[in-house]
Design a protein. Structure first.
Length: 83
């Protein structure tokens, strides 16, 4: 599954639920190396094995391509687009 804006409050809960249900999650954040905004994601149960963080910017064409590639569903700011 793919979740955009994963460092936000609502998306964080969505990532948590997806991980709890055994999904692998690809998540976009502003800065995957910025621990202040990602440590709460990286500390979730299952994150070590099934969470991948990606840098993406809506203003950069193609920056979301590697994130949604191979995903069964995409949650755009909690709007679900399931395939």
């Amino acid at each position: 599954m793919c979740v955009t804006g994963a460092s936000g409050y609502i998306a964080l809960w969505l990532v948590k639920l997806l991980l709890q249900h055994g999904y692998t999650v690809k998540a976009s954040v502003d800065n995957p190396n910025g621990l202040k905004k990602t440590e709460h994601l990286l500390g979730l149960n299952g994150a070590k094995d099934r969470l991948q963080l990606f840098k993406a910017n809506i203003l950069e064409e193609g920056s979301f391509d590697p994130i949604d590639e191979g995903c069964a569903g995409v949650f755009l700011h909690c709007l679900a687009l399931l395939s």
